[in-house]
Write a protein that binds this ligand. Structure first.
Ligand SMILES: [Fe+2]
Ligand SMILES: [Fe+2]
Length: 351
């Protein structure tokens, strides 16, 4: 996605939010040029009452915007004049700049899906359309968790359906490839865990209902991270003991948020609270023992650890599967060996 702006600092801030669902490049309107030709979605935050800015914008769009590429214009004021300007630029969507982020992200995801979605046929496009839909839904839920507003079970269902459908149609590698492109650590992580959970439950022959339960739990397992400060969440190096303590609160916080709101099943709540528990009792927050940890939690924990090991960061390429499993087997009696063995077999049988 390309963000055209005439306000550098504001543009950078906006692009961080937009990058939750698609990689986003910020281009000052004065420098708008050939990059427009490769954009799948163009978002425009430019003062449309400034004739010089509009002139630059129009020239760049006329020259480089490919046919059918969505243009989303954000208006700083909702005046007849600005709406007319946006329409003259052939905007597909005209939204106030202060549109709630979740709504803006949904619009962008829908528009991006309009290109890559419904009729998609190649594995990459199928995975990409599913991931975008799920990422927009996840963004809506994470933003709700952050601000303490309603986390919609319907949105959760939209996301899990998109993931389950994509995973049923493409190899897991296609899903991982697409999700590795998400720069935002928590989003990449949750989409990896949910994709692996959908894959595992499909291959283990779970019923449709159980696949949905596991995928939804996996997607929301780290919802409490919406309340962990970003500098801790995104810290590239090792966390200090004090930071680790704060990080660990994400499990009980996520549980409290969902339990207080209501509308989520007991097993999902258990996954959110207990996905860092280990069979030998050394996990957190409650130090549960093996017989107290349900299968849905055990499965999510395995997907969670594997996803964390194979994540892609700007400074780190994904760890090979074999190495990740080596580390997990070295964890001794912490993980369910039968499930880990089954998971490894399914992943390893992939080309
Ligand atoms: Fe977690
Ligand atoms: Fe996690």
């Amino acid at each position: 996605m390309l963000l055209l702006t005439d306000r550098e600092v504001h543009g950078q801030r906006l692009s961080r939010d937009l990058a939750l669902i698609l990689p986003c490049t910020v281009v000052p309107v004065q420098q708008a040029g050939a990059q427009l030709a490769t954009a799948r979605v163009i978002v425009c935050d430019v003062a449309l009452n400034e004739p010089s800015a509009v002139g630059l914008l129009r020239a760049a769009l006329d020259r480089h915007r490919r046919p059918g590429i969505p243009l989303i214009c954000l208006l700083r004021e909702q005046t007849h004049h600005l709406v007319t300007q946006a329409k003259a630029l052939d905007a597909t969507d005209i939204l106030p700049l202060d549109t709630p982020r979740a709504q803006l992200l949904n619009t962008i995801a829908q528009r991006a899906g309009w290109n890559a979605g419904e009729g998609a046929t190649t594995p990459r496009r199928i995975a990409s359309a599913g991931a975008q839909k799920a990422a927009a839904a996840l963004a809506e839920m994470m933003l709700a968790a952050e601000s303490g507003t309603w986390i919609s079970p319907d949105t959760l269902e939209i996301a899990s359906t998109a993931i389950i459908d994509a995973i049923a149609r493409v190899e897991i590698e296609a899903w991982l490839d697409v999700v590795w492109a998400y720069d935002q650590v928590t989003y990449q992580h949750c989409l990896l865990v949910a994709g692996l959970a959908a894959f595992l439950s499909l291959k283990l022959g779970f019923s449709a209902a159980d696949r949905k339960h596991l995928t939804e739990a996996a997607l929301l397992h780290d919802i409490g991270k919406a309340r962990v400060p970003l500098e801790i969440l995104n810290k590239p190096g090792r966390l200090t003991d004090a930071e680790m303590e704060i990080m660990r609160t994400h499990a009980p916080i996520g549980f409290e948020l969902l339990a207080k709101q209501g509308g989520f099943g007991g097993e999902l709540l258990s996954v959110v609270r207990h996905h860092h528990e280990y069979l030998d009792g050394s996990g957190y927050p409650d130090g549960l023992q093996a017989n107290e940890i349900i299968d849905l939690v055990r499965l999510t924990t395995i997907c969670d650890i594997y996803a964390a090991l194979i994540e892609r960061r700007a400074y780190k390429s994904p760890m090979p599967a074999e190495q990740a499993f080596g580390i997990m087997w070295d964890m001794g009696g912490k993980l369910d060996a039968d499930l880990l063995g089954a998971f490894q077999k399914l992943i390893a049988h992939k080309p």
